[in-house]
Write a protein that binds this ligand. Structure first.
Ligand SMILES: Cc1cc2nc3c(=O)[nH]c(=O)nc-3n(C[C@H](O)[C@H](O)[C@H](O)COP(=O)(O)O)c2cc1C
Length: 146
């Protein structure tokens, strides 16, 4: 399965680590930061992964805009995210977009990611050490189970 995994990971590179772990485990997976992804032809791929940190309860604006414009109708997609707190509602926005755009959602994987946003910086941040090795392995297992 030829897969392109587009990621947006601006805070600490937490989500990028999930993307890299999956690409290392499977030679059919290519990864690309969303700002470098302009020239990609996503129709060439069997599946598209959409990966982002969570910012104000949603996937990042740049990746939301990119995938809305670029992912063809009917394409199989899956979601990856990291966030300070693990909440199912974090994928509500991207799931709604998937429905509007007519993509087929295969599944999602999320885990915690180191956070120093706003006042959390003063106390050394939250979710320190995340994603852990186990969480990275969890992302790989999720991908392999799709
Ligand atoms: C501007 C901003 C807003 C955030 N909002 C949330 C949020 O609503 N819920 C949450 O659980 N974490 C939130 N976080 C924490 C990030 O989701 C978390 O640190 C994530 O792992 C960042 O991923 P990245 O390093 O790939 O960018 C926020 C972080 C930033 C910088």
């Amino acid at each position: 399965m030829k897969t392109m995994l587009i990621y947006f990971s601006s805070h600490h590179g937490n989500t990028k680590k999930l993307a890299e772990a999956i690409a290392q485990a499977d030679a059919d997976v290519e990864i690309c930061e969303v700002s470098d992804a302009k020239g990609l032809d996503l129709a060439e791929y069997d599946r598209i992964g959409i990966a982002s940190g969570i910012y104000a309860g949603n996937f990042g604006k740049p990746i939301m805009k990119y995938v809305e414009e670029k992912i063809p109708k009917g394409k199989e997609v899956f979601f990856l995210y990291t966030s300070a707190m693990k909440l199912n509602s974090h994928t509500a926005g991207i799931r709604k977009l998937a429905e509007q755009c007519g993509w087929k959602v295969l599944g999602e994987y999320g885990c915690r990611g180191y956070n120093t946003f706003g006042p959390f910086k003063l106390v050394g941040g939250t979710s320190k050490g995340h994603p852990t090795k186990e969480e990275l392995n969890g992302a790989v297992a999720f991908y392999q189970g799709l």
